[in-house]
Design a protein around this ligand. Structure first.
Ligand code: ADP
Length: 172
């Protein structure tokens, strides 16, 4: 199969609501392999998102402000269309545990069916992040728990502020 020379750019798609240190670990690993990494924030209509796609984008941009090989963009619709728009073929996904495998395997094969040049690269994070998910981080902060060491400090401050606002709405 002839492939375009697009292996210089890898796309790491996800919700990142919000980004946590498992995601950061995967981005750093991808940036060691590929000269450019685009973090793609999926703008879905999920009602239970805590941060808007633009808020998520800004948080990630700030974290990687000193790493020009990491770019952050929002996208909607099919991932393969976003890849084509960027002239990319490489998809990065994190693989935490066997529980991720079935879904990720299906997605990789579906993306390849939709776009035969698409190639999914699975990376595993440091062991201490394998149990981390954005959903769990949000649940812990919502219940008043401390997520220091699980999310970047700036993200922790955003999370705490968001839940403080939710539990103490401004009085009129
Ligand atoms: P989450 O499950 O944290 O809500 P996303 O939907 O934003 O994450 O996931 C985007 C990508 O990051 C997926 O490939 C997912 O498997 C990966 N990922 C999520 N959490 C981790 C983690 N703790 N370590 C490594 N990869 C992860």
């Amino acid at each position: 199969m002839t492939r375009p020379d697009t292996a210089t750019l890898a796309v790491y798609p996800g919700s990142f609501d919000p980004i946590h240190l498992g995601h950061v670990d995967i981005i750093h690993r991808a940036a060691h392999i590929f000269p450019r990494v685009v973090v793609g924030i999926l703008e879905n209509a999920s009602k239970d998102a805590l941060f808007t796609p633009l808020e998520r984008r800004e948080m990630i941009r700030e974290l990687f402000a000193d790493e020009p090989q990491v770019e952050v963009r929002c996208f909607s619709g099919l991932l393969v269309n976003f890849l084509k728009e960027l002239d990319a073929t490489i998809i990065i996904r994190g693989m935490r545990a066997v529980s991720d495998f079935e879904y990720e395997f299906q997605m990789a094969l579906m993306n390849r069916r939709l776009y035969p040049q698409a190639e999914t690269v699975f990376l595993t994070p440091k062991e201490e992040y394998t149990y981390l998910s954005s959903r769990l981080v949000k649940e812990v902060v919502a219940l008043g728990g401390d997520v220091t060491g699980l999310v970047p400090d700036a993200v922790r401050h955003h999370l705490e502020a968001r839940y403080r606002k939710a539990t103490h709405p401004p009085t009129r």
